[in-house]
Design a protein around this ligand. Structure first.
Ligand code: 1CP
Length: 329
């Protein structure tokens, strides 16, 4: 079975550019809001029937080439004994580096609902649609654990990395081992590709990124037997370093022009990178942005069309339709 998303990650020629959208299952869709009115976020994630339905909603409407499993990067941490709520982002007790290093190892049976969601999604999407599993990168998970939630500048995290790099390394090593087994489970269950979200790695300087975040991301993804995508938004200043992770694909945000990303990452697949704000404009502006993007990747194999970060919750669904159509036509 030929799946265009996988072909592109393998740097093989494709009949059409594959396209999907980060956060494509979520709050901009009325049918998602309707389901969420009846289930809390955590309930929706942990009920395979509901999570699979939410995963399939954008596929039915727009026919993207990839279906990203509905869960959160924090979901496996709950199965390691970390208590949290979502409002809308994760809220938890701030953890010390030592507490993170001492977390329970991930018991895969406790994320059995994700396994079951993946099985259901695989049998619910067209054959040519790739199923996308994912995890949070160790540095990004550590950021939430240390801060107790999202943060403007992750000052507490950055302070602790400076104060005790050895303790930080131990915490990141524990998270890397857990996420590696979590991703392996997703591939066993039927995911075709995995993406590692390093959403907050961009707050680090180059040296700290190279010494702490990068080795942890490499360990997490190393040796998995499937195409892998690494995504660190706001990280144009470390793109050349990211190449050392050695994965098949890199997602880049809208701040770095696509051709420049290729020049700095080398002969790999690149995913991206339209500014999510473009989808708040009108269909003409969307078609123009897509045609500029395709011009930058013309003649190259290994381009997966996507936004440069998650879709904004205020995006009109008809603009998403215009975006997917513009890529296809
Ligand atoms: O309905 C709601 O109120 C919940 C909103 C929501 C959703 C739809 C959250 C809470 N998580 C998700 C799903 C989700 N999160 C998916 C699967 C759906 C899809 O992509 O279609 C994925 C892949 C994620 C990944 C995720 N969660 C990231 C990495 C991507 C990125 O944007 O950089 C991050 C940083 C998170 C944390 C998180 N969880 C939820 C929110 C709103 C946030 C970010 C805001 C914060 O830090 O407070």
């Amino acid at each position: 079975m030929v799946r265009p998303l996988i072909e592109a990650l393998r740097m093989r020629p494709v009949a059409r550019r594959p396209v999907w959208i980060m956060r494509q299952a979520g709050r901009y869709l009325p049918e998602y809001r309707e389901l969420r009115a009846r289930h809390s976020f955590q309930e929706a994630v942990s009920t395979p029937q509901v999570a699979a339905e939410i995963t399939l909603q954008p596929i039915r409407r727009f026919g993207m080439d990839g279906a990203v499993i509905f869960a959160d990067i924090m979901t496996p941490l709950e199965a390691m004994g970390v208590e949290m709520t979502f409002d809308p982002g994760p809220r938890l007790r701030p953890h010390t580096l030592a507490e993170v290093a001492a977390l329970e190892p991930l018991d895969i049976d406790r994320v059995g609902f994700v396994t079951e969601t993946i099985r259901r999604v695989r049998s619910g999407v067209p054959d040519e649609t790739a199923v996308i599993g994912f995890a949070g990168a160790p540095l990004t998970l550590l950021a939430y654990l240390v801060e107790g939630g999202g943060s403007k500048d992750f000052m507490r995290l950055r302070g602790q990395l400076r104060a005790d790099p050895a303790a930080a390394r131990a915490a990141l090593t524990a998270l890397a081992a857990a996420m590696k087994s979590y991703l392996a489970m997703q591939l066993d269950a039927g995911a075709d590709v995995v993406q590692l979200f390093d959403s907050w790695a961009g707050v680090l300087d180059r040296d700290t990124y190279r010494d702490l975040a990068l080795p942890a991301a490499s360990t997490t993804l190393g040796g998995l037997d499937a195409p892998r995508i690494y995504f660190a938004p706001g990280s144009g200043h470390t793109l050349d370093l990211q190449a050392a992770i050695g994965v098949e694909g890199y997602a880049v945000d809208w701040r770095v022009p696509l051709d420049e990303a290729w020049a700095r990452l080398g002969d790999v697949a690149i995913q991206g990178n339209i500014d999510p704000a473009v989808l708040l404009a009108d269909p003409d502006a969307i078609r123009k942005a897509v045609s500029d993007l395709l011009a930058r990747s013309a003649g190259r194999d290994g381009h997966i069309v996507n936004l440069g970060h998650g879709i904004d919750r205020h995006t009109p669904p008809e603009n998403v339709a215009a975006f997917v159509e513009a890529v296809r036509s």
